[in-house]
Design a protein around this ligand. Structure first.
Ligand code: PMP
Length: 379
């Protein structure tokens, strides 16, 4: 039995995706690669459920963190104001990144497992005029999913000029997102989680309002992450024409193409994919509760691609994680400030959750159970 990686990204990758990573070298401006890159950009529109031709997908060598930096450099001016809705470590790190570019960044936080209420967000939006709000759809440190549709509706009602920015690193491909219908302005993500391709790319989608903001800025204080430079490149590739600003990560783009095909062109609708993830997540969460363990996310706030679980009294991470690893399963430790040593994280996105040929989830549940029993806990 091969070992499996059941952390909240990088996830297990399909063999076809992995073999695309060893594609022979092709020129980044060859007709063959231009077609591949173009189709990836077109497929991303479908993944984000965006049909507005003026919205713009971007694929740039990098990662989720580059997406934060792109937001800071391209959607904020030094004297703008940003509001960050925080449900954990990654939301806070997004705020830290924005502070590099903007002098006024406010954060509304919630205790572990909870989310700021719509009322708190409304009060903040009425008190201050924010240019931008960031929503971390799923914070990978707490396993909390927030209702970005409801928050976006609120922002459009109370503060219509505020750009709605979503960190979808741990949600795109597993949680429903309707870019156009929900009035989102920028969603950033990365391939190594629910999209199911190796890390190495920053993937994002910008609304016409976000593109207009980028174009209005006189000075963008970064070189590589300057969307004014990337906009014509993405437009050219999507029109199946070569263009150059910096060499694309060719093999990563090949792998992303396969992963997107598997998500979008396999006869299963996106909504069915989300439902399949939800069923697997519900089953895991029920089993965890049945063993008497506590999940960090409060009921109704649990993300569907990962579960964060408190260790029972007397079981420690340095004891538990190696016991699980000895059974061929890698899980992740905690990250949420103050409780990081008290819980572990179980990722269940992509093929591990939705490929019926795989038994990764059942193997992981058994490894958790047996390791807890070995550590002296009665499940
Ligand atoms: N946002 C979230 C919600 C994440 O989970 C992560 C990575 N785990 C990031 C951003 C940063 O992405 P990357 O590690 O690809 O830079």
């Amino acid at each position: 039995m091969t070992d499996i990686t059941m952390i909240p990204g990088p996830i297990e990758f399909d063999p076809e995706v992995l073999s695309a990573m060893s594609h022979q070298s092709v020129a980044h401006n060859s007709p063959q690669f231009v077609e591949v890159f173009g189709s990836v950009l077109t497929d991303l529109r479908a993944l984000f459920k965006s049909t507005d031709p003026k919205a713009q997908p971007f694929v740039i060598a990098g990662g989720g963190t580059l997406g934060w930096e792109i937001v800071g450099a391209n959607l904020l001016k030094r004297d703008d104001k940003a509001l960050v809705i925080s449900t954990g470590f990654f939301s806070d790190a997004f705020a830290d990144c924005l502070k590099v570019f903007c002098d006024h960044v406010d954060v509304i936080s919630a205790p572990a497992g909870e989310a700021p209420s719509l009322g708190e967000i409304e009060t903040a939006l009425k008190k201050e005029k924010y240019n931008l709000i960031t929503l971390t759809h799923v914070d990978t440190s707490s396993g909390v999913v927030i209702d970005i549709k409801a928050i976006s509706e609120l922002v459009h009602k109370v503060s219509p000029d505020t750009l709605v920015v979503v960190d979808g690193v741990c949600s795109v491909g597993v949680e429903p997102i309707s870019f156009d219908d929900w009035g989102l302005d920028f969603v950033l993500t990365a391939p190594q989680k629910a999209i199911g391709a190796p890390a190495g790319l920053s993937i994002s989608m910008a609304s016409p309002r976000a593109v207009a903001k980028v174009e209005s800025l006189e000075k963008i204080p970064v070189y590589f992450g300057n969307l004014k430079k990337w906009l014509p490149i993405m437009q050219a590739y999507e029109a199946r024409k070569p263009a150059y600003f910096s060499t694309p990560a060719v093999q990563n783009v090949y792998a992303l193409q396969v992963a997107l095909k598997q998500i979008l062109h396999n006869g299963i609708s996106l909504d069915q994919r989300f439902e399949n993830h939800k069923q697997v997540s519900d089953k895991i969460k029920k089993q965890i509760n049945d063993w008497g363990l506590e999940i960090i996310a409060k009921p109704g706030l649990g993300a569907h691609g990962l579960t964060c679980i408190y260790l029972p009294e007397g079981v420690t991470l340095p004891d538990f994680l190696p016991k699980v690893a000895a059974k061929g399963v890698t899980l992740a430790g905690g990250l949420f400030k103050g409780i990081n040593t008290k819980y572990f994280r179980f990722g269940h996105m992509g093929v591990s959750a939705v490929d019926p040929k795989r038994d990764d989830v059942d193997r992981t549940l058994k490894a958790i159970h047996d390791s807890l029993v070995e550590a002296g806990y009665k499940c």
